[in-house]
Write a protein that binds this ligand. Structure first.
Ligand code: ATP
Length: 281
């Protein structure tokens, strides 16, 4: 980790407003959250359904504007220029700087486009060319995520969920993102494929020095890759700390309950080992 900050949230809240007249509703989805993410860090974000994780991710990536508080991102500039601070980021500020991977890999691709075209589209948007400044194109990024480069010609429909999720990761890292946000990216995959993709992410993180926000509801999966884990409940940050410490001695009752809910085998730690290799899945 370089020690540079990539994101700082200060007392951030977001209220959704929906409906009209007597059916008008307000939901305080994120309630006074403060946290920072350092360059090269992987921050895990866990919490039950509806705890505000996805909303917080959308605030961090400029897709939703906070109702209160301050959101600050530090984005890399070309060459050796110092990072540029952006307050209350707008999607146009983060375009080409933030890679996003969502739960359903198929919905994030155009079903009619080949993987090559989808990855080249991302490269064109960032660099105005179908390769990055190092000359790497779609084949190279597919290779980096352990997919045979011949997959470039294929459409997502003919691939498994795990393969398409790898392709989504390839597209996200092709732009050399300042921040990679994975929102429940493993949740739709079966357990052995999850372990493979987790191993892939751990490897890419080391090789590419990625800064990651990894969102999930399974504390075991999140704890297997995250340096620090933030626990959310009812829109609030109930606890944040180094992953191992949070497992050993959780401070909040809610975190204790989340840990207790992690399935474990007799005599085994609940924290799964990250799978090393990354073959096709
Ligand atoms: N577009 C929206 N309009 C109104 N309320 C919303 C909207 N999106 C989310 N919410 C509400 O905001 C709260 C937080 O939702 P959010 O999706 O951020 O939680 P989450 O922790 O990501 O949940 P999950 O794990 O189920 O995806 C929930 O009460 C949800 O119903």
């Amino acid at each position: 980790m370089s020690g540079d900050k990539v994101i700082a949230l200060r007392d951030v809240s977001l209220t959704y407003r929906s409906g009209w007249g007597r059916k008008r509703r307000q939901t305080l989805a994120v309630d006074g959250v403060s946290l920072t993410v350092q360059a090269g860090e992987c921050l895990g974000l866990v919490g039950g359904s509806g705890s505000g994780k996805s909303t917080l991710a959308q605030i961090m990536t400029g897709q939703l504007a906070a109702s209160a508080g301050e959101v600050r991102l530090w984005l890399r500039e070309p060459g050796d220029a110092p990072r540029r601070a952006v307050v209350a980021p707008h999607p146009r500020d983060v375009a080409g700087h933030v890679g996003l991977v969502f739960q359903d890999p198929f919905s994030s691709f155009d079903p009619l486009w080949s993987l090559r075209r989808s990855i080249e589209e991302a490269l064109m948007l960032k660099y105005g060319a179908s390769t990055d400044p190092l000359g790497r194109g779609a084949h190279d990024f597919l290779g980096l995520v352990g997919l045979n480069p011949s997959f470039a010609a294929r459409r997502p429909g003919g691939l498994s969920g795990g393969q398409v999720q790898r392709a989504a990761i390839a597209r996200a890292i092709a732009i050399n993102p300042d921040l990679l946000v994975l929102d429940e990216a493993l949740s739709s995959l079966d357990v052995s494929v999850q372990a493979n993709v987790l191993g892939l992410l751990a490897r890419l993180r080391r090789e590419l020095d990625l800064t990651i926000v990894f969102i999930g509801h399974n504390l075991a999966v999140v704890g297997a890759i995250a340096d620090r884990v933030a626990v959310m409940a009812s829109g609030q940050l109930v606890e944040i700390g180094p992953a191992a410490e949070l497992y050993r001695s959780p401070r909040s009752e809610y975190t204790r309950q989340l840990i207790a809910a992690v399935p474990r085998l007799p005599g085994r730690e609940p924290r799964p080992a990250v799978a090393g290799g990354a073959s096709g899945c």
